[in-house]
Design a protein around this ligand. Sequence first.
Ligand code: NAI
Length: 477
Amino acid sequence: MQFDLIIIGAGPGGYVAAIRAAQLGMKVAVVDSRAKAGGTCLNVGCIPSKTLLHSSHKYWSANNEFDHYGITCDNVDIDLKKMIAHKDAIIDDLTSGIGFLFRKNKIEFIHGRASFKKSEEKTTVQVQPIDEGGKIAGDVKILEAPHIIIATGSKPIEIPGLPFDEKKILSSTGALTLTHAPHHLVVIGGGYIGLELGSVWRRLGSEVTVVEAMPDIVMTMDKDVRDSLKKSLMNLGISFKFHRKVFGYRQHEKKMHLQLAATNETLEKEEMMVCDAVLVAVGRTPCTDHLGLKDVGIATDERGFITVDKGFKTSCAGVYAIGDVIGGMMLAHKAEEEGIALVESLNTQAGHINYNVIPAVIFTQPEVASVGLTEEQAKEQGYTLKIGKFPMAANSLAKAISQTEGFVKIIADQKTDRVLGVHIVGAQAGAMIAEAAIAMEFSASAEDLARTCHAHPTFSEALKEAGWETFSKALHK
Ligand code: NAI
């Protein structure tokens, strides 16, 4: 079968690239081993976790916050089966939506396992069709195209000694389908997944302990952000054990006895922790198994990520790679941008991504969002800084709806006033960060943010006030 473009992987990188390529007139085939398009993000990642974060927050609110607003509700209960079914229905709806977009754009979606084949100087893709259960379903198809994109994403890293069984040793996938809240859930890894899914199960009734090898949660975030988020999560009832790794466990009756090793010399070398289940969230590794990369000379780095040049070209002519499989920030929207930039460059020779302006959001309560440099990074890069910080507690909407946790922090260059980074902790941080990203994309100064009229009463006024703090004084502080 002949196409202009073959894309392996129908996650946010692959499916968005496919739609843009079709809009630009290419005949596109997308191959995925999942029956439903959408990749990790829609099937077992961003969307299901956000659905459960939302549902669990409603339950938590009803039990812990409604009373504050004068609403009495007794005997609040959870129907976990229904909550999970609701999440599954949302996934179905969204993945079908991608099916619709594929049909609308005349993109051929092939459910099967793809691998590379070299034949007569050509690189082709061989696809073994499979059914929903992963069994072989039909004859191998050979696809040909002048351009092939690998967008196969990533999968959770396993810790030796703790193989996933998705019952007691959970990956992020298993933690989205539990049928009851474990009494004590230990989360290994205080990163994005650990903090989001740890929040879900804490709200639904589990005792949650986060075990983190580093001295703090999400070390890539600004220190002020980490301090604030940690405080909020501790208020939720999550406990933290830093400087520790889990290296194994022993099952004793129904309990797991986890073996922890210190990563800091001042601590006991080894200790034990009793729990009912563990969620392993220690990062993700690229999905390249069975692709046959070596057969066609596609190089990977020491961690298995496919190596590409600035134009996403791999070491095999005509083959490109984007998204988690090439490393960098493992975020759906980063993969989307790469997909669009690549197919535009294949068609129009123009395609660019500003990696300095990729926002990141953690959907805890409050949310955390950031874009650009942290204070620590900016100092390391030799900038002299102007920093403006404004607390949500002084924002009128935050007060009106009693969501006063957090702050906005703007980091600007002392010399030019250019915004270098924005960090937000707050109820609507995820939505607010878009304004900061646009400001940075257009090289705005911190004073530009301060002097732009912001609607009242909104959380975004905190951004404006933080802007004022960089060169003068906030008006409501
Ligand atoms: P992560 O890289 O965010 O965090 C992993 C954490 O585990 C790190 O803090 C690391 O120090 C710690 N760690 C590593 N090995 C350990 C060990 N043996 N014992 C204890 N701690 C250990 O990775 P995570 O949370 O698994 O997420 C994977 C990727 O998925 C992230 O890169 C993130 O970008 C993405 N993601 C994004 C979300 C969002 O945009 N809201 C939500 C969920 C995931």
